[in-house]
Every structure is written in C-alpha cells, then in structure tokens.
Design a protein around this ligand. Structure first.
Ligand SMILES: Cc1cc2nc3c(=O)[nH]c(=O)nc-3n(C[C@H](O)[C@H](O)[C@H](O)COP(=O)(O)OP(=O)(O)OC[C@H]3O[C@@H](n4cnc5c(N)ncnc54)[C@H](O)[C@@H]3O)c2cc1C
Ligand SMILES: NC(=O)c1ccc[n+]([C@@H]2O[C@H](COP(=O)([O-])OP(=O)(O)OC[C@H]3O[C@@H](n4cnc5c(N)ncnc54)[C@H](OP(=O)(O)O)[C@@H]3O)[C@@H](O)[C@H]2O)c1
Length: 471
C-alpha cells in the first residue's frame, strides 16, 4: 500500500461546514501532544494543536498556567534522562541523570523550536467539547468560542492531573479539623513546615512527598494499604533503568532478576517497617526512590498501615495506633478523564477504557488516544512511536483490523493485565516498555513492508536502551 498524498489545507474555519479536507486536531501540548505534533508536521499532515497553558510541557511545568499540573518544587524525573528523551532529540548531556522539572519542561520547549512547529500550537486555548458528526468528522468547540470541524482528533490531554481521592472517604474525614489534600495539590515544602503530616500511598508521589516531609515537617507518617517493592534509582553506579541488555530477556526473567538485585541491594521491605509486598516485582506499577529507605532507617519517617479513620486532629491506623495530625496528604493516584467528551460518548469509568493497542477506539474512526499508557518505563518514546503509527493510519498506510478482531485483542490484553497486576484502579493501562515499543515498531514496519515510501522518523529496530524496569 502506498502513502496517501495528504492535501495541505487551511486551518478549519470558525463555523465552517465540512469539506473533504483532511485536518487533525491535537488536544494538549504536553510531552505527548508535542510528539504527535512533530510527527504530523514532519509528515506534512495538516493539524492544529491546542494547549490550555501558556507553554508546552504539561505536568512538567511547575505552576503551569493550565492550573492542572501535578508538578511540585522538588520534582525530579524517576526515569533516567537517556531513557526519557525523544529518539531524535537527545537531552543536553550536561543535565544530570535525573533532571528537575524545569530542565524537563525547557527540553520540551526546545524540542518544538528545533523541529519548527510552534506556529501550529495555539496556547491558552482549551478544547471544550468534541462530538462526532454523522459524516465521520468531529465538531470541536474551543474555549475561545470558535466551533470548528476536524477530520481527525488526537487526544493527548494526559492522565495524571485529575486527583483520585480515597473512595469512599475515611470515616471521620468530614470532621477532621486539619488540612486534607491530594498529592496533586502538594506544590512546595513550605506546606509541610512544623506540621504533623500523614502521607498515604506508596506510589511515586507518596515516596517524594514523604521524603520532603521528613526534612520539613515536625513528624512524618507513611501509611499504606499494600506493600511495594521499592526500587533504588541507582545500582552498580548506573541509573537502574539503564542496567542493560534486558530487552532480550523474557519479561518474567527480567523482573525476577530485578527483584533479586533489589533484595541484594536493599534487603526486605519489612526490615524498614513497611508491609511485605503481596505480589512479585513487575506485578504492580514500580515505586522508585533513592531516598525513602534511608529516611525510614533514620527514623525521619514512621511507617504505618492503612488509615482506618480520622478524629478532629488525629489519624487512626488499621493497627489501632493513633497520631496527632495537622495535614493528611492522599497520594492515591489519578483518574483518566476526558472533560471534552459527553460521558455517553466516551468515558473511562474506574480508569477503564477499551482501546486497540491502547490507541484506537474500535467504535469511533479517526479518533486516537496518545500517551494513555502506564509504562514500566518512560512515556515519551512511547508517545513518539504511537504518533508514528497514528500518522500512518491518517495517511492510509496502516489499516486496522475489523472491529470484532480489535475487540478480541482488547479483551485478551485486559485479561492478561488482570492476571498479572494486583487489582487496583492504577493498573488498567499498564504496558511493559520494551514489549510495547516492539509491538508498535512491528506495526510501523508492516506499513514499510506494504510499500510505504517514507522511512520512519523513529528507529523502530530495537527497543532501545535496555532497561530492567522503570516507571
Ligand atoms: C508527579 C509526576 C511525576 C512523573 N514522573 C514521570 C517520570 O519521571 N517519567 C515518566 O515517563 N513519566 C512520569 N510521569 C507521568 C507523566 O504523565 C508524564 O511524564 C507526562 O507528563 C505525560 O505527558 P502527557 O503530554 O501525556 O500529559 P501531560 O503532561 O499531563 O500534558 C497534557 C497537556 O494537555 C493539556 N490539555 C489538557 N486538556 C486540554 C484541553 N481540553 N484543551 C487543550 N489542552 C489540554 C494540558 O494543559 C497539558 O499541557 C509523572 C507524573 C506525575 C504526576
Ligand atoms: N518522581 C517521579 O518521577 C514521580 C513522582 C510522582 C508520581 N510519578 C508518577 O505519577 C503517576 C502517579 O503516581 P502516584 O504515586 O501519584 O499514584 P499511584 O501510582 O496510582 O499510587 C497510588 C497509591 O495510593 C494507594 N491508594 C489508592 N487508593 C487508596 C485508598 N483508597 N486507600 C489507601 N491507599 C490507596 C495505592 O495503593 P494500591 O496499590 O493498593 O492501589 C498506591 O500505593 C505514576 O506514573 C508515577 O510513576 C512519578
């Protein structure tokens, strides 16, 4: 199959009726949206990218004017620089292995200028509503009030910005006289100073915030309902996600090996007062921290089981112990939401959404979801490769199977996910970085074999930089 020639088209006009022109709408200019924009730009596919904030980078922009970034002052990446960078635009070598949020946000800004597609992004412009039309296109309403028609919509609105509070809330929480916030609303260490702080959750937010609290709060308690295998940032002097050669190992062996290395490095989680994990490493989203075990072993953080209830100024835990608390920080994860879709069109109840290869909606043509995966690895190289595949679908060189075949694949994948991962709303879109990258690469290669003329902009040959695991 040969590449379809894509006509260049003027920007969809306000109130315009559909013609036969092809023009894509990208929702969001976070790291995922800009990867999509760069790909369409390079392949000559006309598009407009809309971004709520006044700059690109989404979550990585601390105090982002979009009002929904989950970034905090002390945030550094936990997937190493070389693991996270785009394949065709390395991060500056003078950045540390785990750069801070502002380094990462600047990197995304320079990516736009390097590839020259800034003019295609409209900042401070939200997509307010998207609805399918009878002719297969989409009505798109912007925060400016403009109403446009697009042939394709690429959703890149992120899935780590809409806080999920504990459901149901803990008994007594309505009468607690201190402060209760979600990790999304934790921004700066000054929020912790001189307070008795209870942090709930042992995902990566819980780790970072408990460590911050251990330096700034009066006391810090880390509550958790399930144990986690805490993976250090470094082993053998290298970032853990660069330990090497693992993509050639089958998944179970890869994770067994990493589990063994973690035990040799840190010992048992129970030795630090944490719960024993009820699952094997690789069967829950990885928790990575270079500092939490150190702070626990210094007594700067006191581990606790799950919260049982709250009093006026106390928190009671499942083991019957009770502590004074001024601040409870719920590091309990995020919801997947699409505020611009009517709920009866598309929603993700309990974070579940049925997408073929985590991208294509089997019931809605020309609608694509990007970056909507929770990888054991970084999202950016994945978003880049997903974008390459979507571009080929738009061009016509990548064909989807018939709907029942897509639904069969989705169902099989979800069953496998349920079998492997501990039951939690955080485990509905999990992928293994290497395996998923290879899968996308194979799909892109099919287009090449089918006669596509243009070589892929990304190297689809190897999955890459050989991690054992990363988050
Ligand atoms: C605290 C924290 C740390 C993390 N650390 C890592 C890490 O180290 N490595 C890693 O790989 N991942 C990490 N993640 C995961 C994170 O999701 C990705 O790093 C990355 O932000 C995903 O990019 P994205 O573009 O998909 O989403 P986002 O960064 O959330 O960007 C989405 C963009 O879409 C815009 N947008 C949303 N709705 C609309 C709309 N209706 N109209 C117009 N624009 C809209 C937003 O303003 C935003 O700019 C972390 C997440 C959190 C919360
Ligand atoms: N430095 C970094 O790079 C960094 C920092 C922060 C976050 N992140 C990323 O951001 C994403 C979100 O991470 P996150 O830590 O915010 O969320 P998360 O990974 O979803 O973790 C949520 C934690 O809260 C627990 N939890 C959820 N609901 C609960 C309830 N009702 N009662 C008690 N415990 C509950 C979960 O336990 P169960 O497992 O039992 O559900 C889990 O321990 C991840 O991709 C993560 O890697 C990265």
């Amino acid at each position: 199959m040969s590449t379809t020639t894509v006509p260049s088209a003027p920007q969809a006009e306000s109130g315009s009726e559909p013609g036969d022109e092809l023009r894509a709408c990208i929702i969001g200019a976070g790291s995922t949206g800009i990867a999509a924009a760069k790909t369409l730009h390079q392949r000559g596919i006309p598009f407009d990218c809309y971004e709520l904030g006044d700059r690109a980078g989404g979550n990585w922009v601390y105090q982002n004017s979009n009002g929904v970034s989950s970034s905090y002052n002390s945030l550094h990446i936990n997937t190493s620089r070389e693991r996270m960078e785009f394949s065709d635009f390395p991060m500056p070598k003078d950045l540390p292995d785990f750069p801070r949020h502002d380094h990462i946000a600047d990197y995304f800004e320079s990516y736009i200028d390097h590839f020259g597609f800034r003019d295609s992004i409209r900042f401070e412009t939200g997509v307010e509503h998207v609805a399918p039309r009878a002719d297969g296109r989409f009505d798109v309403r912007l925060s400016s009030g403009e109403e446009l028609v697009y042939s394709h919509v690429l959703v890149a609105n992120g899935h780590h910005w809409d806080p999920r509070m504990p459901e149901p809330s803990f008994p007594g929480s309505e009468n607690f006289e201190g402060e209760q916030i979600h990790s999304h609303d934790y921004k700066h260490e000054s929020q912790l100073v001189d307070k008795d702080v209870v942090v709930l959750g042992v995902g990566n937010s819980g780790m970072d915030i408990a460590v911050d609290a251990s330096y700034h709060a009066k006391s810090t308690y880390l509550a958790h309902r399930r144990g986690a295998h805490i993976i250090p940032k470094y082993m053998f002097g290298k970032p853990v996600d660069q330990l090497g050669a693992s993509e050639r190992l089958p998944g179970p062996i890869r994770f067994w090996l990493m589990g063994l290395l973690c035990r040799m490095h840190s010992g048992k989680m129970e030795d630090y007062g944490l719960k024993r994990p009820d699952h094997r490493l690789g069967h829950a989203h990885p928790t990575i921290s270079g500092r939490i075990l150190d702070r626990l072993s210094h007594g700067a953080i006191t581990p606790k089981p799950n919260i049982e209830s709250l009093g006026a100024d106390t928190v009671r835990f499942d083991d019957g112990t009770e502590v004074h608390a001024d601040l409870v920080i719920y590091c309990t994860g995020y919801r997947i939401t699409f505020p611009f879709f009517d709920r009866d069109f598309i929603s993700a109840e309990d974070n579940r959404i049925d997408l073929y290869r985590f991208i294509f909606h089997p019931g809605v043509e020309n609608l694509y979801f990007l970056g909507l995966v929770q990888p054991l690895g970084a999202i950016m190289p994945i978003a880049e490769r997903q974008s390459e595949l979507v571009a080929r679908h738009i061009e016509g060189s990548y064909e989807l199977p018939i709907r029942p075949a897509m639904e069969h694949e989705i169902s099989a994948r979800q069953q496998a996910m349920r079998r492997r991962y501990v039951t939690s709303k955080r485990h509905t879109i999990q992928v293994d970085f290497d395996d998923y990258m290879k899968e996308l690469g194979r799909e892109i290669d099919k287009c090449m074999l089918a006669g596509e003329e243009t070589a892929p902009a990304v190297d689809t040959s190897a999955a890459d930089k050989s991690p054992l695991v990363a988050a």
